[in-house]
Write a protein that binds this ligand. Structure first.
Ligand SMILES: [Zn+2]
Length: 202
């Protein structure tokens, strides 16, 4: 019998509290000592998966003030997803049974800037960088610069269940919530910009 999955909203609130500590310089650096390493020898049970940007300024464990074993992270430039990324996320959802998947974009993302420049013809991209910029949707290229990060995180979130039947099934079974969020380089704070299943207004 599998243990029940934690509640996605509770996990998200827990992560946002950690982010507030991080932004305020009041980190606890929890669960990072040798005892924690030892406790995880038998296996991992992360509370969330994060698909974030490779940008060195946004390590998810630090930005959410989490410890080892807490987050299953996949990072690519511009948090774009290919088959290998989807496979990693499917593993987190099915084998690790994470209830929450965070698509974490950020302000001033170089990958988004590169995609705009390539689309404008003002710059060319090396061979495999092209694979990254090709995965930035047209909706992002047409968005005002200050909204591009939020539009992009929402686009990736929206596409995940279209690209992965496993993720779509987990959403349909209410076993998974996907949150799109943007990290501000200026404030260090993370803001939710979208979620699936969509919140019911009451
Ligand atoms: Zn970035």
């Amino acid at each position: 019998m599998n243990a029940p999955r934690p509640d996605a909203q509770e996990v998200w609130v827990h992560l946002l509290r950690g982010n507030q500590r991080f932004a305020a310089g009041a980190q606890l650096h929890p669960r990072s000592r040798p005892e924690r390493r030892e406790a995880l020898l038998a296996g991992q049970a992360p509370t969330a998966a994060v698909l974030g940007c490779s940008d060195s300024r946004i390590p998810p464990e630090l930005a959410f003030d989490q410890g080892i074993g807490d987050l299953f992270t996949v990072r690519t430039a511009g948090e774009v997803a290919d088959d290998v990324v989807l496979g990693s996320l499917e593993f987190a959802v099915t084998a690790l049974r994470v209830p929450l998947l965070v698509v974490l974009g950020h302000t001033s993302c170089g990958a988004l800037r590169a995609a705009v420049e390539v689309a404008n013809g003002t710059s060319s991209a090396p061979e495999h960088v092209r694979d990254i910029v090709d995965r930035v949707s047209a909706a992002v290229l047409g968005a005002p610069a200050e909204e591009a990060s939020a539009v992009h995180a929402r686009e990736i979130m929206r596409h995940l269940p279209l690209w992965s039947e496993t993720i779509a099934a987990a959403l349909a079974e209410e076993a998974l919530t996907i949150v799109a969020a943007v990290y501000s380089l200026e404030t260090g704070l993370v803001t939710e910009v979208g979620r699936l299943p969509e919140a019911v207004s009451r």
